[in-house]
Design a protein around this ligand. Structure first.
Ligand code: XMP
Length: 430
């Protein structure tokens, strides 16, 4: 193993992630583990140089105080207690902040080396994956989003064609998105890739369905069914690769933190399809996942892409999805992305996309009355997607985009710009 590690035991403090990031900023790898980690689990971790307890026994979760497994106090690793009210100083625990800084604890007490970088992280994960998987096979749903792409690249590096990627095109992808998954993973990285074009199946199920939640349920449910069907066709697969990242774990609730929202990636597979999980990114934050993707040689536009909802363009083709409006969303989105890149806005604006509502309005084309759809442009900035402000796009850029949409996209006679911040609007428009 290349990297030293400081283990943070999660006693419910909301600062754990901040501390993990501070340690990584000092150049030392750090992982957060549940407070009730056993001695065996701790011993199975590689290159542990020290342990930090944060939160303290007085932390009450669901009416019960939490503390670590008492044997850990005797584990022999240097331990630091932050905000640990009954700090067991008799057991040679260090306490912050009066005696010791984080830096001193890590480097002087634990004698950790500042050897955390993406190259070492990738090498370590490759070794761990090989150890876990051996000569067996891993299945991965490769959507083409940042997390699944990075996990695919990592697994390809570790086990090559023992990884089977399944890319399901639900017909709601952006323009050329499935093509670029095939280009990068099959042609460039020589992945074992199964491409499933399920467009007709998804659009058939969605026909006439206008309720946004219902649409999301159908897309999510159908995705799992298609993936399951492919999994059943394959023999001898023991593992499921997942692009779980650290924020997913926090949002789904840890042993000491309440659930924010349910994350279910491909969690909905039936009981008899039991796989052991391979999740090499689960300790990384989003920016680190991107850096990891770059280290693995993925193209920048795949690694630095803006967030895209799982149900894809389905949430941006409002009301019941029709093929003409879906095409209008896809084509106008491609124009918007092209023009934002040309104006340098792709690096500046957090998220930008187009939406097509399910009503028509009157217009004039070639001296004749037309009754057609409108395209709404949305471009927002945010830090955490909880609140967002509207990007003040240069008027000339908006005019150029509008002109292109009105001439190049069929069935559209009007373009609008959404001026609404979040709240009260949401970022998506469904
Ligand atoms: P809202 O519309 O709630 O969106 O303001 C906040 C952010 O979440 C993204 N989003 C999703 N991301 N699966 C995802 O991975 C989804 O189903 C989903 N729905 C919304 C949205 O694009 C925005 O960045």
């Amino acid at each position: 193993m290349k990297q030293d590690m400081i283990v943070i035991l999660d006693l419910g403090s909301t600062e754990n992630t901040t501390i993990a990031r501070q340690i990584r900023e000092l150049g030392v790898y750090s992982e957060i583990h549940p407070h009730d980690i056993t001695m065996d689990e701790l011993n199975a971790l590689q290159n542990v140089k020290g342990i930090i307890l944060n939160g303290g026994e007085n932390r009450i979760v669901d009416g019960k105080a939490v503390d670590v497994n008492p044997v850990l106090y005797e584990c022999g690793y240097p331990m630091l207690a932050i905000d640990h009210p009954t700090a067991k100083c008799d057991r040679k625990m260090e306490t912050l902040p009066d005696q010791l800084t984080l830096r001193e604890f890590i480097f002087d007490v634990c004698r950790a080396q500042a050897n955390w970088n993406m190259k070492n992280f990738v090498e370590d994960q490759v070794e761990l994956i090989r150890r876990q998987v051996g000569d067996r096979k891993v299945l991965l749903a490769l959507s083409g989003g940042v997390d699944s792409s990075v996990v695919a690249a990592m697994l390809i590096k570790a086990i090559g064609r023992q990884l089977v990627c399944v890319h399901v095109n639900h017909g709601l992808m952006r323009k050329n998105e499935s093509e670029s998954v095939i280009e990068v993973f099959e042609r460039q990285l020589h992945a074992n890739l199964i491409y499933v074009d399920a467009t007709e199946r998804f659009l058939g199920k969605l026909e006439g369905v206008s309720d946004p939640e219902q649409k999301r349920k159908i897309i999510g449910g159908e995705f799992i069914r298609v993936f399951e069907e492919e999994a059943r066709k394959l023999e001898g697969i023991d593992f499921l690769g997942q692009g779980t990242i650290y924020p997913d774990i926090i949002e789904s609730g840890t042993k000491t933190a309440k659930m924010v929202k349910s994350h279910h990636n491909v969690g909905g597979l039936p009981e008899d399809l039991k796989f052991e999980l391979v999740e090499p990114l689960k300790q990384l934050f989003k920016d680190e996942v991107r850096a990891c993707g770059v280290e693995l040689g993925l193209p920048e536009d795949m690694v630095y892409r803006q967030p895209f909802p799982g149900p894809g363009l389905g949430v941006r083709c409002l009301g019941a999805i029709t093929r003409d409006r879906l095409e209008a969303v896809r084509e106008s989105d491609a124009i918007l992305r092209e023009e934002f890149a040309r104006a340098g806005l792709d690096k500046k604006v957090w998220q930008y996309f187009t939406v097509v509502p399910d009503f028509k309005s009157v217009g004039m084309k070639n001296h004749a009355r037309v009754f057609e759809y409108m395209v709404i442009i949305r471009a927002v900035n945010t830090v955490d997607a909880m609140t967002a402000s509207v990007e003040k796009v240069d008027w000339d850029v908006l005019e150029r985009i509008t002109k292109r949409i009105l001439t190049e996209v069929e069935n559209v006679n009007r373009v609008c710009y959404d001026m609404s911040p979040k709240p009260p609007a949401t970022i998506e428009f469904e």
